[in-house]
Design a protein around this ligand. Structure first.
Ligand code: AMP
Length: 189
């Protein structure tokens, strides 16, 4: 199985690039942010809970997020592999994913980390807000909080994969095609 953690701060281009990787490598795309938003739209209990955190730009609690992610993996037992987009976002999540995949006799192949500087992220997210309809994209203070949460709680997850020699930093600035090529090269090498 090819199991990729697509990593990077909010606005780094994970969603855009995940769609391309799914098509090229025939993978299942699991974006925890997308799954939460679908639950919010469907007004499920999970959605109601998640919304309280997402609207502020804070992380949804680990136990909720991990349980949700694991059930999504289980729904796709025939997958060739997965792209985990927006997960893991804490070391606790990374450890849980490791154990969960091990219980299925598989593991993460590589973490691809899109690297983009903060001011560019804010610019991109504010532009995306025009179409995304996301409350957490439209307000600069919430965007800044999301980046701060990333720097404080999520950036360290890279160390977890670096310790296993699975960390690949990818320059996230350039055209969408250029960035895709960098990702393909990192996967195929
Ligand atoms: P994203 O679409 O990845 O930018 O995620 C949007 C929001 O969903 C985040 O700001 C968090 O509030 C929440 N979220 C998504 N993934 C996770 C996760 N792995 N852990 C905790 N919260 C998450």
């Amino acid at each position: 199985m090819l199991n990729i953690v697509l990593f990077g701060p909010p606005g780094a281009g994970k969603g855009t690039q995940a769609a391309r990787l799914v098509a090229k490598y025939d993978l299942v795309h699991l974006s925890t942010g997308d799954i939460f938003r679908a639950n919010i739209k469907g007004e499920t209990e999970l959605g109601k809970l998640a919304k309280q955190y997402i609207d502020k730009g804070d992380l949804v609690p680990d136990e909720v997020t991990i349980g949700m992610l694991e059930s999504e993996v289980d729904k796709n037992s025939n997958a060739n592999g997965f792209i985990f987009d927006g997960f893991p976002r804490t070391t606790v999540q990374a450890e849980a994913l490791e154990q969960f995949l091990a219980s299925k006799n598989t593991k993460i192949s590589v973490m691809l980390a899109l690297d983009v500087e903060d001011d560019e992220l804010v610019k991109r997210i504010l532009l995306r807000a025009k179409d995304s309809g996301r409350a957490d994209d439209a307000d600069e203070s919430i965007i800044r909080n999301r980046i701060e949460v990333y720097n404080k709680h999520t950036a360290v997850v890279a160390d977890f994969y670096a310790a296993q020699n699975k960390f690949e930093k990818i320059d996230g600035v350039g055209s969408i095609d250029e960035i895709s090529e960098r990702l393909y090269n990192a996967i195929d090498k």
